[in-house]
Design a protein. Structure first.
Length: 110
């Protein structure tokens, strides 16, 4: 059905999110994520941290902190990369309290 967005991450790689993933997987499972569309995009474009998944090495987790003080949460956007073409596809997105322990840091905002 096409892509909802195509963005460039801080490492110059293209990342896309399909209509299907957004509407069925992300919003379909987490209705409250509908209001977080811009945060998902900003997380891909300007993350605080990118980490490699513990099990699936072709997946990377993008994290960006939103909010202030005790109301702060990380937006986590999981992207699966096609290593040949250096392009990524969003797999899921949701909020969490902290980056996942055990993931390998690949990139960090300075």
């Amino acid at each position: 059905m096409g892509n909802l967005f195509e963005l460039t991450d801080p490492q110059g790689r293209k990342v896309a999110c399909s209509w299907e993933v957004w509407n069925i997987h992300i919003v379909g499972r987490r209705k409250w994520m509908m209001k977080r569309f811009e945060e998902v995009q900003k997380t891909v474009q300007m993350p605080n941290l990118i980490q490699q998944d513990v099990v699936r090495t072709n997946r990377e987790s993008y994290y960006r902190l939103f909010g202030i003080g005790n109301d702060s949460l990380y937006m986590k956007v999981v992207v699966e990369f096609d290593q040949l073409f250096k392009q990524g596809s969003v797999i899921t997105a949701y909020t969490c309290d902290q980056p996942k322990p055990g993931e390998t840091v690949l990139w960090m905002e300075i």
